[in-house]
Design a protein around this ligand. Structure first.
Ligand code: SF4
Length: 252
């Protein structure tokens, strides 16, 4: 057993952990930022979702709660502080039909910033059992912007978890830490570069490029089954592929 504090400050960032309880036989998750996860189906009693948040915005929210006024422009400013400059979904990188980040300012980022502010004030925490929780890295923000100390904490959390789902847009972070994660890519070129470095990708983008990657990759390439009719009841928590940095996955 160990204690996980829900908000930890590392340099210019806050690592914020939202911890869902997944009651046995359980129907509703206490919360999740992504319905594809199907947290309620997890076989672990706790589901831990990590956010990487800008410290200055969390500190400001300790005085005045963060609000989502400013919409897309506000989110773009936050992305510059919390997301990898390599992420093709970051507002300043959008090109060639790549979609903006799917994470919603109002429903996901705002509650995370205000939740982190409260967690810092209260010192809120959860007791976790080794090998008996599931971890998601990250619900928003990229581990690539974190300092080495934060990466050590996340690596330990991965190693102590029963299972994890992990993604980053920054392949370099996987070389400077012990973290394991899918490298999120949207082009054949980026997928092949990660493959040549022995890393595993989560690839979205054109179907042509995905098929080309299937032919050219050095290791097997799988398709995320979450939208297939036979897999409608499936979510990441029960998916046999597991996006945990061990195999290439194509988006549905
Ligand atoms: S392959 Fe499985 S774990 Fe990865 S995103 Fe799809 S459903 Fe989730």
């Amino acid at each position: 057993m160990f204690t996980l504090f829900h908000a930890l400050i590392f340099g210019a960032h806050v690592l914020y952990f939202r911890v869902s309880k997944t009651p046995k036989g359980g129907r509703k998750p206490t919360h999740s930022s992504n319905t594809k996860m199907k947290v309620e189906d997890s076989c672990y009693p706790h589901f831990v979702e990590a956010y990487v948040l800008p410290l200055e915005d969390v500190q400001a929210a300790r005085d005045v709660p963060f609000d989502a006024r400013g919409g897309r422009a506000k989110q773009a400013a936050l992305e510059l502080k919390a997301c990898s400059e390599k992420c093709p979904h970051r507002s300043d990188n959008l090109k060639g039909g790549v979609k903006p980040c799917y994470v919603d300012l109002l429903r996901q980022i705002k509650p995370a910033i205000n939740g982190a502010a409260k967690a810092l004030d209260k010192g809120s925490h959860t007791t976790l059992e080794v090998n008996n929780y599931e971890l998601r890295l990250t619900a928003w923000g990229d581990v690539g912007v974190l300092n080495d100390e934060a990466l050590e904490v996340l690596t330990m959390l991965q190693e102590l978890s029963g299972a994890h789902l992990s993604y980053t847009a920054d392949s370099d972070v996987l070389k400077r830490s012990g973290l394991k994660a899918q490298v999120s890519v949207t082009s054949l070129e980026a997928a092949l570069e990660a493959d040549s470095q022995g890393l595993k990708v989560y690839m979205s983008g054109s179907e042509e490029e995905k098929q080309a990657f299937r032919m050219l990759a050095k290791s097997p390439v799988y398709r995320c089954p979450v939208s297939a009719p036979s897999a409608q009841a499936m979510g990441c928590t029960t998916c046999p592929l597991r996006c945990n940095g061990l195999r290439h996955v194509l988006s549905p």
